[in-house]
Design a protein around this ligand. Structure first.
Ligand code: PEP
Length: 251
Protein backbone atom coordinates (compact mmCIF):
# COMPACT_ATOMS: atom_id res chain seq x y z
CA UNK A 1 0.00 0.00 0.00
CA UNK A 2 1.46 3.34 -0.99
CA UNK A 3 -0.60 6.47 -0.85
CA UNK A 4 1.33 9.65 -1.39
CA UNK A 5 -0.51 12.55 0.29
CA UNK A 6 -2.17 15.04 -2.06
CA UNK A 7 -3.00 18.61 -1.11
CA UNK A 8 -5.23 20.18 -3.74
CA UNK A 9 -6.40 23.77 -4.04
CA UNK A 10 -9.67 24.58 -5.76
CA UNK A 11 -9.57 28.26 -6.66
CA UNK A 12 -13.16 28.30 -7.92
CA UNK A 13 -14.11 31.56 -9.73
CA UNK A 14 -11.24 33.57 -8.30
CA UNK A 15 -8.13 35.22 -9.75
CA UNK A 16 -7.31 36.88 -13.04
CA UNK A 17 -4.51 35.25 -15.00
CA UNK A 18 -1.97 37.63 -13.47
CA UNK A 19 -3.18 37.09 -9.90
CA UNK A 20 -3.21 33.37 -10.53
CA UNK A 21 0.41 33.40 -11.66
CA UNK A 22 1.46 35.23 -8.49
CA UNK A 23 -0.38 32.79 -6.26
CA UNK A 24 0.94 29.82 -8.25
CA UNK A 25 4.51 31.08 -7.83
CA UNK A 26 3.98 31.12 -4.05
CA UNK A 27 2.59 27.58 -4.19
CA UNK A 28 5.68 26.42 -6.09
CA UNK A 29 7.88 27.78 -3.30
CA UNK A 30 5.72 26.21 -0.60
CA UNK A 31 5.62 22.82 -2.33
CA UNK A 32 9.42 22.76 -2.54
CA UNK A 33 9.45 22.64 1.28
CA UNK A 34 7.47 19.39 1.35
CA UNK A 35 8.78 17.13 -1.38
CA UNK A 36 7.22 13.93 -0.01
CA UNK A 37 3.69 14.91 -1.02
CA UNK A 38 1.81 15.96 -4.13
CA UNK A 39 0.38 19.44 -4.54
CA UNK A 40 -2.27 20.31 -7.12
CA UNK A 41 -3.90 23.63 -7.92
CA UNK A 42 -7.02 24.16 -10.00
CA UNK A 43 -7.26 27.78 -11.17
CA UNK A 44 -10.17 28.98 -13.33
CA UNK A 45 -9.99 27.86 -16.99
CA UNK A 46 -8.98 31.38 -18.06
CA UNK A 47 -5.79 31.20 -15.99
CA UNK A 48 -4.69 27.67 -16.88
CA UNK A 49 -2.35 28.66 -19.71
CA UNK A 50 -0.59 31.31 -17.62
CA UNK A 51 -0.34 29.10 -14.52
CA UNK A 52 0.94 26.21 -16.62
CA UNK A 53 3.99 28.35 -17.47
CA UNK A 54 4.52 29.27 -13.81
CA UNK A 55 4.39 25.62 -12.74
CA UNK A 56 6.69 24.39 -15.49
CA UNK A 57 9.43 22.17 -14.05
CA UNK A 58 8.17 22.57 -10.48
CA UNK A 59 6.35 19.30 -9.82
CA UNK A 60 3.19 21.14 -8.74
CA UNK A 61 0.29 19.53 -10.60
CA UNK A 62 -2.07 21.61 -12.73
CA UNK A 63 -5.73 20.72 -12.40
CA UNK A 64 -8.97 21.91 -13.96
CA UNK A 65 -12.25 22.54 -12.19
CA UNK A 66 -14.35 20.47 -14.57
CA UNK A 67 -14.12 18.62 -17.88
CA UNK A 68 -16.54 17.57 -20.60
CA UNK A 69 -16.84 13.98 -21.80
CA UNK A 70 -16.44 14.65 -25.54
CA UNK A 71 -13.15 15.71 -27.10
CA UNK A 72 -14.82 18.45 -29.17
CA UNK A 73 -18.20 19.49 -30.51
CA UNK A 74 -21.18 21.80 -30.09
CA UNK A 75 -21.05 22.14 -26.31
CA UNK A 76 -21.06 25.87 -25.62
CA UNK A 77 -19.25 26.78 -22.43
CA UNK A 78 -17.60 23.38 -21.97
CA UNK A 79 -13.93 22.35 -22.11
CA UNK A 80 -12.64 18.94 -23.20
CA UNK A 81 -9.98 16.75 -21.67
CA UNK A 82 -7.87 17.09 -24.81
CA UNK A 83 -7.94 20.89 -24.44
CA UNK A 84 -6.90 20.61 -20.80
CA UNK A 85 -4.13 18.16 -21.64
CA UNK A 86 -2.91 20.63 -24.23
CA UNK A 87 -2.44 23.20 -21.45
CA UNK A 88 -0.56 20.79 -19.20
CA UNK A 89 -3.41 19.71 -16.91
CA UNK A 90 -3.05 16.33 -15.25
CA UNK A 91 -6.15 16.27 -13.05
CA UNK A 92 -9.74 17.49 -13.19
CA UNK A 93 -12.16 18.09 -10.34
CA UNK A 94 -15.49 16.46 -11.16
CA UNK A 95 -18.82 16.46 -9.32
CA UNK A 96 -18.04 19.31 -6.93
CA UNK A 97 -21.11 20.07 -4.81
CA UNK A 98 -21.34 23.53 -6.39
CA UNK A 99 -21.61 21.87 -9.81
CA UNK A 100 -24.24 19.47 -8.46
CA UNK A 101 -26.27 22.00 -6.49
CA UNK A 102 -25.91 25.31 -8.36
CA UNK A 103 -25.61 23.97 -11.91
CA UNK A 104 -27.77 20.87 -11.62
CA UNK A 105 -25.12 18.32 -12.59
CA UNK A 106 -26.50 14.84 -12.15
CA UNK A 107 -24.76 11.59 -11.20
CA UNK A 108 -25.09 10.53 -14.85
CA UNK A 109 -23.31 13.66 -16.10
CA UNK A 110 -20.62 13.24 -13.48
CA UNK A 111 -20.17 9.63 -14.55
CA UNK A 112 -19.74 10.78 -18.16
CA UNK A 113 -17.27 13.46 -17.13
CA UNK A 114 -15.22 10.89 -15.22
CA UNK A 115 -15.18 8.69 -18.33
CA UNK A 116 -14.10 11.63 -20.48
CA UNK A 117 -11.33 12.58 -18.09
CA UNK A 118 -9.97 9.03 -17.96
CA UNK A 119 -10.11 8.67 -21.72
CA UNK A 120 -8.03 11.78 -22.20
CA UNK A 121 -5.51 10.70 -19.56
CA UNK A 122 -6.59 13.07 -16.79
CA UNK A 123 -6.92 11.87 -13.21
CA UNK A 124 -10.45 12.67 -12.01
CA UNK A 125 -10.81 14.16 -8.53
CA UNK A 126 -14.29 12.81 -7.96
CA UNK A 127 -16.23 14.78 -5.33
CA UNK A 128 -19.01 13.37 -3.20
CA UNK A 129 -20.75 14.58 -0.08
CA UNK A 130 -23.97 14.74 1.88
CA UNK A 131 -26.04 17.79 2.79
CA UNK A 132 -26.79 18.72 6.40
CA UNK A 133 -30.37 17.56 5.94
CA UNK A 134 -29.16 14.15 4.78
CA UNK A 135 -26.69 13.85 7.67
CA UNK A 136 -29.36 14.81 10.20
CA UNK A 137 -31.65 12.17 8.70
CA UNK A 138 -28.89 9.52 9.11
CA UNK A 139 -28.65 9.10 5.35
CA UNK A 140 -24.96 10.01 4.98
CA UNK A 141 -23.57 6.58 4.10
CA UNK A 142 -26.46 5.71 1.78
CA UNK A 143 -26.16 9.03 -0.06
CA UNK A 144 -22.42 8.55 -0.48
CA UNK A 145 -22.82 4.97 -1.64
CA UNK A 146 -25.35 6.09 -4.26
CA UNK A 147 -23.04 8.86 -5.47
CA UNK A 148 -20.01 6.57 -5.61
CA UNK A 149 -21.78 3.71 -7.40
CA UNK A 150 -23.46 6.03 -9.91
CA UNK A 151 -20.38 8.16 -10.52
CA UNK A 152 -18.13 5.16 -11.05
CA UNK A 153 -20.52 2.95 -13.00
CA UNK A 154 -18.63 1.28 -15.82
CA UNK A 155 -15.31 2.84 -14.81
CA UNK A 156 -12.32 0.55 -15.19
CA UNK A 157 -9.00 1.24 -13.53
CA UNK A 158 -5.72 -0.59 -13.64
CA UNK A 159 -4.30 1.11 -10.55
CA UNK A 160 -5.39 3.21 -7.62
CA UNK A 161 -3.44 6.26 -8.74
CA UNK A 162 -5.80 6.69 -11.69
CA UNK A 163 -8.59 8.27 -9.66
CA UNK A 164 -8.87 10.40 -6.54
CA UNK A 165 -12.01 10.60 -4.43
CA UNK A 166 -12.77 13.75 -2.44
CA UNK A 167 -15.22 13.48 0.43
CA UNK A 168 -16.67 16.94 0.95
CA UNK A 169 -19.64 17.19 3.28
CA UNK A 170 -21.72 19.96 1.72
CA UNK A 171 -22.42 21.49 5.13
CA UNK A 172 -18.69 21.97 5.69
CA UNK A 173 -17.84 23.69 2.40
CA UNK A 174 -17.13 27.38 2.82
CA UNK A 175 -18.99 27.44 6.13
CA UNK A 176 -16.10 27.30 8.58
CA UNK A 177 -17.61 24.05 9.97
CA UNK A 178 -15.32 21.07 9.57
CA UNK A 179 -16.21 17.45 10.09
CA UNK A 180 -14.38 16.21 13.16
CA UNK A 181 -11.47 13.94 12.37
CA UNK A 182 -13.54 11.04 13.69
CA UNK A 183 -16.53 11.86 11.49
CA UNK A 184 -14.24 12.18 8.48
CA UNK A 185 -12.32 8.96 9.21
CA UNK A 186 -15.56 7.01 9.65
CA UNK A 187 -16.74 8.12 6.22
CA UNK A 188 -13.34 7.65 4.55
CA UNK A 189 -13.11 4.09 5.91
CA UNK A 190 -16.60 3.42 4.56
CA UNK A 191 -15.69 4.83 1.13
CA UNK A 192 -12.54 2.73 0.96
CA UNK A 193 -14.57 -0.38 1.73
CA UNK A 194 -17.00 0.56 -1.01
CA UNK A 195 -14.18 1.15 -3.49
CA UNK A 196 -12.87 -2.32 -2.62
CA UNK A 197 -16.25 -3.67 -3.57
CA UNK A 198 -16.28 -1.86 -6.94
CA UNK A 199 -12.62 -2.31 -7.92
CA UNK A 200 -9.94 -4.80 -6.88
CA UNK A 201 -9.00 -4.56 -3.20
CA UNK A 202 -5.43 -3.48 -4.01
CA UNK A 203 -6.74 -0.67 -6.23
CA UNK A 204 -8.95 0.59 -3.40
CA UNK A 205 -6.05 0.33 -0.96
CA UNK A 206 -3.90 2.53 -3.21
CA UNK A 207 -6.59 5.09 -4.07
CA UNK A 208 -6.31 8.49 -2.44
CA UNK A 209 -9.35 9.77 -0.59
CA UNK A 210 -9.17 13.50 0.20
CA UNK A 211 -11.17 15.34 2.80
CA UNK A 212 -12.63 18.74 1.88
CA UNK A 213 -14.71 21.24 3.80
CA UNK A 214 -13.21 24.24 5.60
CA UNK A 215 -9.74 22.72 5.78
CA UNK A 216 -7.39 25.28 7.29
CA UNK A 217 -4.00 25.52 9.00
CA UNK A 218 -5.68 24.85 12.36
CA UNK A 219 -7.22 21.49 11.44
CA UNK A 220 -5.04 19.97 8.73
CA UNK A 221 -2.61 18.16 11.05
CA UNK A 222 -5.24 16.18 12.96
CA UNK A 223 -7.14 15.34 9.78
CA UNK A 224 -3.99 14.03 8.09
CA UNK A 225 -3.28 11.72 11.03
CA UNK A 226 -6.36 9.65 10.21
CA UNK A 227 -5.68 6.32 8.55
CA UNK A 228 -7.89 6.79 5.51
CA UNK A 229 -7.44 10.53 4.96
CA UNK A 230 -4.84 10.88 2.23
CA UNK A 231 -4.99 14.58 1.62
CA UNK A 232 -7.23 17.60 1.38
CA UNK A 233 -9.24 19.49 -1.21
CA UNK A 234 -9.04 23.09 -0.07
CA UNK A 235 -11.21 26.00 -1.21
CA UNK A 236 -11.00 29.28 0.67
CA UNK A 237 -7.69 28.63 2.41
CA UNK A 238 -6.03 27.79 -0.93
CA UNK A 239 -6.43 31.41 -2.02
CA UNK A 240 -4.17 32.62 0.74
CA UNK A 241 -0.53 31.75 0.05
CA UNK A 242 0.46 31.55 3.74
CA UNK A 243 -2.51 29.40 4.76
CA UNK A 244 -2.05 27.05 1.82
CA UNK A 245 1.66 26.73 2.57
CA UNK A 246 0.87 25.68 6.14
CA UNK A 247 -1.63 23.15 4.84
CA UNK A 248 0.89 21.77 2.34
CA UNK A 249 3.43 21.49 5.16
CA UNK A 250 1.08 19.53 7.46
CA UNK A 251 2.83 17.52 10.13
C1 PEP B 1 -14.23 23.20 -1.79
O1 PEP B 1 -14.87 24.03 -2.40
O2 PEP B 1 -13.87 22.17 -2.38
C2 PEP B 1 -13.94 23.44 -0.39
C3 PEP B 1 -13.60 22.43 0.34
O3 PEP B 1 -14.06 24.75 0.04
P1 PEP B 1 -13.64 25.31 1.49
O4 PEP B 1 -12.27 24.77 1.81
O5 PEP B 1 -13.66 26.79 1.35
O6 PEP B 1 -14.66 24.80 2.47
Amino acid sequence: MSRRPLIAGNWKMHTTAQEAQQLAAAVVQAAAKAADRDVMIAPPFTALAAVSKTLSGSGVILGAQNVHWETQGAFTGEISGAMLQDLGCKMAIIGHSERRQVFGETDAMINSRIGGALQSGLVPVFCIGETLEQRDADQTLQVLENQVRAGLAGVELTDGAGLVVAYEPVWAIGTGKTATEMQAQEVHGFIRGLLGDIFEKNIAADMRILYGGSVKPENIDILMRQEDIDGALVGGAALNAKSFERIICFQ
